[in-house]
Design a protein. Structure first.
Length: 497
């Protein structure tokens, strides 16, 4: 029975907020369910004590939050401010264990709000997400939606405070039924942090959701230490906060808070990370310096029409079926480096387009149109290549075999930064809740990210600045885009604007 899981009464709590930052955002709704010794037990079919209220945040509610929760500015216009209900809420929480999903998130908001109201706040806390991870380590996801699906729970009011708080209670009931009260109580007791216990730095990761975004790890004085980003903010924070690396040890000793910035996908997260690193200059992260697009040369291979290699300037736009290898500052450096690379892998320079083919000897016809070298090849004689460019019968390998070897070997070379597509193009990411973000590029230039096409006009000034040359060209956003477009499994929709 879940009432016996705790030695004292507990409160299952959920908050709805205007965003993810306790310092910047505010609470819009509070919902709580009381359980524990002497209180109604949901596991016995008893109706627990519940309480909920909307809260006037004092700041606008972003549209995507309203779309997610259904709570908008009109709904909270006449709701009490947190300061007006702080004393009543403190009485409801006094002497209880606070249980919430990603409890550091809710605890951080409550701490900030109570501090603004001048009320001391310190409760023992249990994270139901951590409890799920300990009880069910075989499952990869432990957010509320995953718990609802895994345990067959019902939630008629998802993303509302009281509805989500009830889901936590339903999860506890399901866990007790599946694993036994003794096992659940043992793990819950071990995970419950006593009131006033200093926060372990690694627990900062538990404030972050298993969702895309970037985050800023800050020192006790609020100064930025590091900006992380990834498909899972929590997973990336756990990866960073490791004692096995010098960076991890430094962050573990210095980090005191984390400020998350959620995004619908990894492209927006990576672009935002670069922007924040450039603006904040974190202590443990080298400031990003915008670099101009330099002239560069690369080896291009095209399969249509007539497959072949050619050395050309990287600034030229890619053909539809063209792949480029290497990134060299000039023609001479490119030829020298690629010739050495070809010798290392015994590739044919004429077939790579790096040397003109040999001419036929007197009285010898160029009978094999596929063979560019119609004379004895010095490179083949020196075993620097396998003679794929020689006529049939003289070569050790066919041109087709050479092509396969060449493409495999060349794939080890760095890919040049593409110049981008002609005109303005958007790349849209949408998350499971329907929130979307559009990342806009004009040729090679990243203009910015907007939530919808109606906001594109805000980017026109930046586009004009790039056209006039008053903004330095920065290829890094285009490199980020190129890398992520090649990553399997990512859902990035390309939109011609």
């Amino acid at each position: 029975m879940i009432a016996a899981l705790f030695d004292r009464p507990a409160v299952l709590l959920d908050l709805e907020t205007t965003g993810a930052s306790p310092a910047r955002d505010r609470i819009t709704e509070i919902g709580l369910v009381e359980i524990g010794p002497g209180l109604p037990d949901p596991a016995l079919g008893e109706h627990p004590i519940t309480w909920s209220t909307l809260v006037q945040p004092g700041i606008p509610i972003p549209p995507f939050i309203s779309g997610l929760t259904g709570i908008d500015d009109d709904m909270v216009a006449n709701a009490p401010r947190f300061a007006d209900l702080a004393a009543d809420l403190a009485r409801r929480l006094e002497g209880k264990v606070l249980v919430a999903h990603n409890v550091r998130f809710d605890y951080g908001f409550l701490s900030n709000e109570f501090e603004r109201a001048g009320i001391a706040f310190a409760l023992p806390a249990l994270c139901s997400a951590k409890l799920s991870r300990k009880l069910y380590p075989q499952h990869p996801r432990h957010n509320l939606d995953a718990l609802i699906a895994r345990h067959g729970l019902h939630c008629s009011d998802r993303h509302r405070a009281l509805g989500d708080a009830r889901v936590i209670g339903d999860f506890l009931v399901a866990a007790v039924a599946e694993l036994g009260a003794e096992r659940v109580r043992e793990v819950a007791t071990a995970l419950t942090a006593p009131a006033g216990t200093p926060r372990e730095t690694v627990a900062l990761a538990d404030e972050l959701p298993d969702a895309p975004g970037c985050f800023v790890l800050r020192a006790a004085d609020g100064s930025p230490l590091y900006v992380g980003a990834g498909a899972s903010m929590r997973g990336e924070a756990l990866r960073l906060l490791q004692k096995s690396s010098p960076l991890g040890r430094a962050l573990l000793s210095e980090a005191a808070s984390v400020d998350p910035e959620p995004h619908p996908g990894v492209l927006g997260s990576a672009l935002a990370q670069r922007r924040l690193v450039e603006r904040l200059a974190p202590k443990h992260q080298r400031k990003v310096v915008a670099e101009a697009l330099r002239e560069s040369w690369s080896l291009a291979w095209s399969g249509d029409p007539g497959p072949g290699f050619a050395l050309r300037e990287s600034g030229q736009h890619l053909g539809e079926r063209e792949t480029r290898f290497g990134d060299f500052p000039d023609d001479r450096t490119a030829r020298k480096a690629l010739a050495a690379f070809a010798r290392e892998h015994r590739l044919c320079l004429p077939l790579l387009g790096l040397e003109p083919p040999g001419e036929a000897t007197p009285g010898e016809a160029a009978g094999d149109s596929r063979a560019p070298c119609q004379v004895a090849c010095p490179a083949a004689a020196r075993r620097e290549c396998l003679g794929a460019g020689l006529p049939a019968g003289q070569a050790v390998e066919t041109p087709a075999t050479h092509l396969g070897r060449a493409l495999t070997a060349l794939a080890r070379l760095p890919r040049p930064t593409p110049t981008g597509t002609r005109g303005r193009v958007g790349f849209r990411e949408t998350d499971a809740d329907g929130r979307s973000e559009l990342h806009v590029f004009d040729g090679p230039h990243y203009l910015g990210s907007v939530e919808d096409v109606d906001a594109l006009a805000d980017l026109d000034a930046r586009a004009r600045a790039h056209a006039e040359g008053s903004l330095p060209a920065d290829p890094q956003p285009l490199r980020i885009l190129t890398r992520l477009l090649k990553t399997p499994g990512l859902r990035i929709e390309r939109i011609r604007l």
